[in-house]
Ligand binder design. Sequence first.
Ligand code: HEC
Length: 278
Amino acid sequence: MDGRAATLEEQAKGPFLNPLEMNNPNAAAVVEKVRASAYADMFRQVYGPAALDDVDSAFDKIAEAIAAFERRPLFNRFTSKYDAYLAGNARLTSQELRGMRAFEDEKKGNCAACHPSRPAADGTPPLFTDFSYDNLGVGRNPHNRFYQQAAQFNPDGRTFVDRGLGAFTKLASEDGKFKVPTLRNVTRTAPYLHNGYFNSLRNVVDFYNTRDVKPACKNPFTDEASALMQRCWPVPEVGENVNTDELGNLKLSDQEVDDIVAFMHTLTDGWKPHSRGH
Ligand code: HEC
């Protein structure tokens, strides 16, 4: 999430044409596929009989339709155990409650500073993101397949550095910053962080806790499992603008780390009152 798209509509267009995603040569090819699809008539019913005739306006409408779909309640369910707890319809376990407090406490996890956990004054459920951008100082992920891409897509090979928001805005002060993601359904969205460095939520929290405590790994290309074994963290992919005020040395106990992970498990949609645990 490097900030390149300002709207859901704009975001929806990107993957169609990106050579490393869906790899359509141009908008006309996308529109042609929709014209040939089983739902072409439904599309014309919604947008008019001529809706697929002109490429530019058809491509806009395709993006509009996807964005409208993404805005539906299906994508915004708010049916987690935590939502039930906020509504007074569920009790959190003592571990989940400890985790919630550590998540919110400025002197503990301080997670809610960027991943807000309380409903807005008007009752809007918390989204667990403040939509800001930050550089957490995560290292390079040696398993990132982008390193092996052909030179036409990645001329830098293994020296490639993802500057995130800074690559888009061309502001050095934003190099290495990525958008704060929601933590809703985070149990289902591994691997974590923009480059997929972490496979486990516990290791993400461990990183927040000990980034500035453990020594730097000798090899900047040290993956999650090796870093854990060697008790080190790789140097940040982007060394500038790393947030050292709010994270890096949280002084959380192992128990507190586990508690915060247990709390994050309450954020998964589809919780039912009689389902046990999460
Ligand atoms: C200063 C803001 C900030 C604070 C404080 C913060 N986070 Fe984050 N968090 C971020 C940003 C930014 C990312 C995305 C970084 C990236 O992709 O490189 C992120 C990503 C994550 C992810 C990965 C989600 C995914 O889908 O990839 C998890 C899990 C997470 N944070 C949990 C926590 C927890 C738990 C705490 C408290 C211990 C915390 N965060 C504190 C800003 C913050």
